[in-house]
Ligand binder design. Structure first.
Ligand SMILES: [Mn+2]
Length: 397
């Protein structure tokens, strides 16, 4: 089978693709209209995901268990779901808590002004962490859906930051006490549903994590759409997280800049950004690849019926694999390698790395840089970028 046989891009469990119950299960409700698709049973979703080659299924507590379920109802639902996951050979790599749908969370959860809301948020999260542990999840995501404000006069934003720290320290303590072996992945978003959300980008999260009591067990879960909403380069954000060994999970989807959170099929928008992201995650440029799940946090267009939902899911996975193949071919291209290598003068490496010494300072001060010659060099980036575009468009391989 050649690399260009379209079947070779069909997903398999070895690719470790995962979807949330809330993604393929999204019934198409939006602020302007109701559901356009029937709600799907979680067990049906798991069976369908397995059938199309996915590996994992993720969930919020209330994607599986209704908010007001009784203990016996909860146990029945979990038992059936666990059996379906086992029967299909699927896995539950990640779980999270819905701390945004119920009206009690209208002013946030961990950062809300009312201590009863904060206490309930901790209670709900501990219960949901127990569920995640029961399902075998090793990653627990925190997206602070309503941790933000419109009437900013309501609290000192420093108090919100401090409350978030206290909640994370507490919940890390809970997971350690229970010996669940879970890691936390924090997900940033700049706005929506709140006017402004605290800790709005992955960069903010990375710093926040460095202030936590158990920072070793906390990383990030960057989402394409969320960083693009903030007008940022997603690949740059992910690269910083990878460089700090903090990329614990990732939310792949598609987004147009300057819009509401679209959660579109992965690779359906900004194919160049998606190419550069997959190149980074797969390590085709040479860096250490990302070794976590390839998770899609996206949903089908509101125009679709259930058949369209599975086309959407297959599309996310196929596009990822196509981009991985395109990135590998691009980075194996001799001309590409040469254009990148030409910019690197290894001779000065000893002076530029390894930190300060008196000798290096003296050598740098004495260095004779021909500034005019260096400044007048063309860098060949037009050619390099065009080669990227030609790989992306499939005319060079
Ligand atoms: Mn989103």
């Amino acid at each position: 089978m050649s690399a260009h046989d379209s079947n070779s891009f069909d997903p398999t469990p070895e690719d470790r693709f995962s979807f949330g119950l809330w993604t393929v299960g999204n019934p198409g409700r939006d602020p302007f209209g109701p559901s356009v698709r029937p709600t799907m049973d979680p067990n049906h979703i798991v069976r369908q995901l397995a059938a199309i080659g996915a590996w994992g299924v993720n969930l919020h507590d209330n994607d599986l268990i209704p908010f007001d379920a009784s203990a016996s109802e909860r146990d029945r639902i979990v038992k059936e779901f666990k059996a379906t996951v086992a029967d299909t050979g699927m896995t539950v790599p990640m779980c999270t808590t819905n701390l945004f749908s119920h009206p009690i969370f209208k002013d946030g959860a961990f950062t809300a002004n009312d201590p009863k809301v904060r206490a309930f948020a901790l209670q709900k999260t501990m219960t949901a962490i127990d569920l995640g542990a029961e399902l075998g999840a090793k990653i627990y995501v925190f997206w602070g859906g309503r941790e933000g404000s419109e009437a900013d006069a309501c609290r000192d934003p420093r108090a919100a930051w401090q409350r978030m720290r206290e909640a994370m320290d507490f919940l890390c303590g809970y997971v350690k006490d229970r010996d669940y072996g879970m890691k936390f992945a924090l997900e940033a978003k700049p706005n929506e549903p709140r006017g402004d959300i605290y800790l709005p980008t992955t960069g903010h999260m990375l710093h926040f994590i460095s202030t936590l009591e158990h920072e070793d067990m906390v990383g990030v879960n960057p989402e394409v759409a969320h960083e693009v909403m903030a007008g940022l380069s997603f690949a740059h954000n992910v690269a910083q997280a990878l460089a700090c060994d903090k990329l614990f999970h990732i939310d792949l989807n598609g987004q147009k800049i300057g819009r509401y959170d679209q959660d579109l099929r992965f690779g359906s928008e900004d194919q160049k950004g998606a190419f550069l992201l997959v190149r980074l995650l797969e390590g085709t440029l040479g860096g250490k690849p990302y070794d976590g799940p390839r998770h899609f946090d996206a949903h089908a267009y509101r125009t679709e019926d259930e058949a369209g939902v599975w086309e959407f899911a297959k599309g996310c996975m196929r596009t990822y694999k196509i981009l991985a193949q395109r990135a590998a071919a691009f980075d194996a291209d001799a001309e590409v390698k040469q254009l990148i290598a030409e910019q690197e003068d290894r001779e000065l490496d000893p002076l530029l790395s390894g930190g300060y010494t008196v000798q290096k300072a003296a050598a740098l001060k004495g260095l004779d840089v021909d500034v005019d010659a260096v400044a007048s060099r063309g860098l060949g980036y037009e050619r390099l970028d065009q080669l990227l575009v030609e790989y992306l468009l499939g005319v060079r391989s």
